[in-house]
Design a protein around this ligand. Structure first.
Ligand code: HEM
Length: 487
C-alpha cells in the first residue's frame, strides 16, 4: 500500500501526482481538493477539536496540500496514532529533535527502506555498529577533500550546460530554440544527471562505466520499497556487485586517486578508500563495499536533484529574492537552506522505539513504527515564523556551518532536511556545494530566466502552478534569452 509519506521509500520519493491519481483513483474521493493552504473538514470532537481521518494520508489532496493538516496534527495531535496504517507520527520540531538524538530509544532497525536492494547499510544500524561504518568514508565528503573537489564539480556543471547547443541541434525533446529564446527542461538537461555524475566522480568509477551507472542508479531507486520494480532493483544491484568485483580486487592491490585541475593527487577515491577500510580488524567484503556504494549513490541522487529544482522553482516564483541572489552570489547558501526548510526533498524518517515510550500522553508500545515528519518540523510555527512563506532573509533560520548536533542559538534554528543526530546526512556538505554551484552556473548562463508557465503542471484552478506538496518539482521548464546569454 502506498502511504501518504511513503517512509519506506524515503530516498525515492519523486511520486508523480498524476500516476498516483491513476493508480488509486477511488482512495478518497471524499477529500476534496482544497484551495492551497486550507484544510478540508473531517469533522470535530465534542470540544471542537478538528478530527483527522487517517484515510486522508492516501489522498491526492494530502499529496498536494499537506501543510494545513500537519498544522492540525502539531496543534492537536503532536503524536498521532494512525490506526489505519498502524504507525505513529511525531510532528513537532522539538519532539523530533529529541527522538533523533535518542538513537537507543528510537532505533533505525528495521527500516525496510532498502528491502535488499541497497544491501546491509549504515542507515539501518544503530549505536556502535552504526558509528563503526559511518566513519569509513565520511571524511571524503567534507572539509579539505570536498574543497579539493570543487573545481571538478564546477567543470561537470559547465560541461553539461555547454552540451546544450549540440543537443538543441540534435533535436532532443527537452531543449527548444525559437525567436531568440531557449526553452529548457532543467531536470532532463541538468538536475537529473548532475548529482549522479558528481557522486560517480568522487567514488572513482571508471569513465567507461558512467552509462551503466545510470542504469544501476535508476533501477535500484525504482526498486526500493518492495514495489513492483523491486526485482529489477535487485538485478541491478547484483549487476553492480559483479561489475565491482574485479575493480575491488584491483584496487585492493593498487588504489586509484582523484586528481586536481593541475594534475596533483587530491586523495584516494572512495572505492579505493573502502577497499582498505577494516571493521573489527577485517577488510570489507565486496558485498559490503557494494552496499556502501549503493547507499552513497541512492542517498546522493534524487535528493540533490530535488534540492536544485526546488530552489530554482522557488527563486523564480519569488523574483525579488532571485534578483537579490543574482546581485549577491553569497546568498546562494541562504537560498539553499531556506529551500530545504520550506520544501525539503525528503519528508521524514522512520524509527522504531526500543521500549514503551510516553509522549504527549500517548503511550507508544515498544517496536512501533514511529514516523518523524521532517516536513512538519520545518513548518513548525513554534520555531519558524510564518513557516509557509519562502523567505531567504528570514531571521530565524540558521544557515551557517551545519553542525552534527543541530543548531539552536540566538533565535536561529537549523532545518531538519538532513536529519539530526547520529544519522545526520554525511552528504549534506557536498550536496550543498553541488546545488549552489550548479544553480549559480546555470543562472550565470541563462539570461533573464523565467518559468515557462504554459509547459508546467497546473493546480486545480488550471491556471496556477501546481504546488510541490509532498513531491519535489519533477519537471522545470525555463525560458531564457539566447542573445548574449553566455556568461
Ligand atoms: C539535498 C540533498 C540531501 C538530503 C535532503 C539528504 C537527506 C538525508 C537525511 C534526512 C538523512 C538521515 C536519515 C536518517 O536519519 O535515518 C540522510 C542520510 C544519509 N545521506 Fe543524505 N541527503 C542529501 C544528500 C546526500 C548526498 C549528496 C549523499 C552522498 C554523497 C548522501 C548520503 C547519505 C548517507 C550515506 C546517509 C546515511 C547516514 C547514516 O545513516 O549514518 N546524502 N540524508
Amino acid at each position: 500500500m502506498t502511504t501518504s509519506i511513503d517512509f519506506t521509500r524515503n530516498f525515492a520519493r519523486a511520486i508523480d501526482l498524476d500516476s498516483h491519481l491513476e493508480e488509486d483513483p477511488g482512495a478518497l474521493r471524499e477529500f476534496p481538493l482544497m484551495p492551497y493552504g486550507e484544510a478540508c473538514d473531517m469533522g470535530h470532537a465534542a470540544d471542537g477539536t478538528p478530527l483527522i481521518d487517517p484515510r486522508l494520508f492516501d489522498s491526492p489532496e494530502f499529496f498536494r496540500n499537506p501543510y494545513p493538516y500537519y498544522r492540525i496534527m502539531r496543534d492537536h495531535y503532536p503524536v498521532y496514532h494512525d490506526k489505519l496504517h498502524n504507525c505513529y507520527y511525531v510532528t513537532r520540531y522539538d519532539d523530533i529533535t529529541d527522538c533523533y538524538f535518542d538513537d537507543e530509544g528510537f532505533n533505525t532497525i528495521p527500516k525496510g527502506s532498502s528491502s535488499g536492494v541497497l544491501g546491509n547499510t549504515q542507515l539501518e544500524l544503530s549505536g556502535i555498529e552504526h558509528r563503526r561504518r559511518r566513519n569509513l568514508y565520511g571524511q571524503h565528503l567534507v572539509g579539505q577533500s570536498l574543497q579539493a573537489r570543487i573545481p571538478a564539480i564546477e567543470r561537470l556543471a559547465r560541461e553539461m550546460i555547454e552540451s546544450w547547443d549540440e543537443k538543441a541541434r540534435e533535436g532532443v525533446d527537452y531543449i527548444h530554440d525559437h525567436d531568440g529564446v531557449r526553452t529548457v527542461e532543467i531536470g532532463k538537461a541538468f538536475a537529473n544527471e548532475f548529482p549522479i555524475s558528481v557522486v560517480c566522480d568522487i567514488l572513482g568509477f571508471p569513465k567507461e562505466a558512467r552509462d551503466r551507472f545510470f542504469y544501476w542508479y535508476n533501477s535500484m531507486m525504482s526498486g526500493l520499497g518492495g514495489s513492483a520494480t523491486q526485482k529489477q532493483g535487485l538485478e541491478a544491484r547484483q549487476d553492480l556487485e559483479d561489475y565491482l568485483e574485479d575493480i575491488v580486487e584491483q584496487r585492493r592491490k593498487e588504489p586509484t586517486y582523484l586528481y586536481g585541475d593541475n594534475g596533483e593527487i587530491v586523495s584516494k577515491d572512495i572505492i579505493s578508500k573502502l577497499c582498505e577500510s577494516k571493521i573489527d580488524g577485517d577488510y570489507l567484503s565486496t558485498e559490503e563495499i557494494t552496499s556502501n556504494i549503493a547507499l552513497i549513490v541512492g542517498g546522493g541522487g534524487e535528493t540533490t536533484r530535488g534540492a536544485i529544482l526546488n530552489m530554482l522553482f522557488l527563486l523564480l516564483t519569488h523574483p525579488e529574492q532571485f534578483a537579490a541572489v543574482k546581485a549577491d552570489p553569497s546568498l546562494w547558501d541562504t537560498a539553499f537552506h531556506e529551500t530545504l526548510r520550506h520544501s525539503t526533498p525528503i519528508g521524514g524518517q522512520p524509527r522504531h522505539n526500543t521500549y514503551d515510550v510516553e509522549l504527549h500522553d500517548v503511550t507508544i508500545p515498544a517496536g512501533s513504527l514511529v514516523n518523524m515528519v521532517d516536513f512538519s518540523a520545518n513548518h513548525d510555527e513554534r520555531i519558524f515564523e510564518e513557516p509557509e512563506k519562502f523567505d531567504i532573509f528570514r531571521k530565524d533560520l540558521y544557515s551557517g556551518k551545519l553542525l552534527r548536533s543541530g543548531y539552536r542559538k540566538e533565535g536561529k534554528c537549523s532545518h531538519m532536511a538532513f536529519g539530526v543526530g547520529p544519522h545526520l546526512c554525511p552528504g549534506a556538505w557536498i550536496s550543498h556545494q553541488e546545488a549552489t554551484i550548479g544553480a549559480r552556473i546555470l543562472c550565470d548562463h541563462m539570461k533573464n530566466p523565467r518559468i515557462n508557465v504554459e509547459r508546467m503542471p497546473k493546480d486545480i484552478d488550471g491556471v496556477s502552478l501546481r504546488p510541490m506538496g509532498l513531491v519535489s518539482v519533477g519537471t522545470l521548464w525555463i525560458d531564457f534569452d539566447l542573445e548574449d546569454s553566455r556568461a
